[in-house]
Design a binder for this molecule. Structure first.
Ligand SMILES: NC(=O)c1ccc[n+]([C@@H]2O[C@H](COP(=O)([O-])OP(=O)(O)OC[C@H]3O[C@@H](n4cnc5c(N)ncnc54)[C@H](OP(=O)(O)O)[C@@H]3O)[C@@H](O)[C@H]2O)c1
Length: 219
């Protein structure tokens, strides 16, 4: 599959490593330009590109930049992507890092709803509570008792199914955590955030979440 990854840090770098290892055709971009991604490209075989080119022809695009950088992404970012492109949002709002986002703090928008407003495209929220290192180290075949499960939220059923299939191919089970308005259930400091467990525990943790934004994640 042709996959574009915007952000080549902890999460974007490790997704590039694993997705290329699985044989996917990965284009990867960061803020500083493709010439700064030659080491990652040599290591993985991914194609380093400018942000504007990352989504070209892609069936899945992963946006994995700090939330504060989302408004800086170029408009038309998804122009040229496949018509049915699924856009994965891995983002989390850390006010200390991202600055105050009024729409999240005051209007109660979920972090991913805010992000999709900037992208102008629906997103599927996934990997936001996954340790970057686990993407490399903790993938397991289907049926393995140690296989971890990741919550996946999104409004578009077909896009969500495509993303869940990719995550399962990456070596993780998935749990449907609802739509984007429900995705507070997997935001920072919820029971499922950072939980390294299987389907049953992840399902239980999602059910136990509180819609109240935790004090540590308010500005
Ligand atoms: N780290 C984790 O374990 C983890 C786990 C789950 C979710 N997350 C969330 O996922 C997101 C990414 O986290 P991360 O830890 O991977 O971040 P990171 O290591 O800081 O990497 C961020 C990447 O985004 C790129 N970037 C920044 N601004 C950009 C722009 N305007 N255009 C294009 N690329 C831009 C950076 O490029 P340059 O280096 O060139 O600036 C860098 O490659 C965050 O919202 C984070 O909260 C992180």
């Amino acid at each position: 599959m042709k996959i574009g990854i915007i952000g080549a840090g902890n999460i974007g770098g490790n997704l590039t490593r694993r997705l290329t290892a699985l044989g996917h055709d990965v284009s990867v971009a960061n803020s500083r330009g493709p010439e700064t991604l030659t080491a990652l490209a040599e290591e993985t075989g991914a194609t380093p590109v400018r942000v504007e080119e990352a989504a070209r022809g892609a069936e899945i695009v992963v946006v994995t930049v700090p939330l504060k950088a989302v408004p800086d992404l170029p408009s038309g970012l998804l122009d040229g992507a496949a018509d049915d492109v699924a856009v994965i949002d891995t983002g989390n709002y850390y006010p200390q890092r991202d600055g105050r986002i009024d729409a999240v703090e005051d209007d109660g928008l979920t972090e991913s709803r805010w992000t999709e407003g900037h992208l102008g495209h629906p997103v599927i929220k996934a990997f936001n509570g996954t340790y970057a290192q686990d993407i490399l180290d903790r993938h397991r075949p289907a049926g393995d008792p140690g296989r971890l499960a990741l919550p996946v939220a999104g409004d578009d059923g077909a896009a969500k199914a495509k993303v869940r299939a990719l995550i399962e191919e990456l070596g993780f089970d998935t749990v449907d955590s609802g739509g984007i308005d429900d995705s507070w259930r997997q935001q920072p400091d919820t029971p499922v955030y950072g939980l390294q467990e299987g389907v049953e525990a992840v399902t239980k943790a999602l059910a136990e979440a509180s819609p109240e934004r935790p004090a540590a994640f308010r500005a």
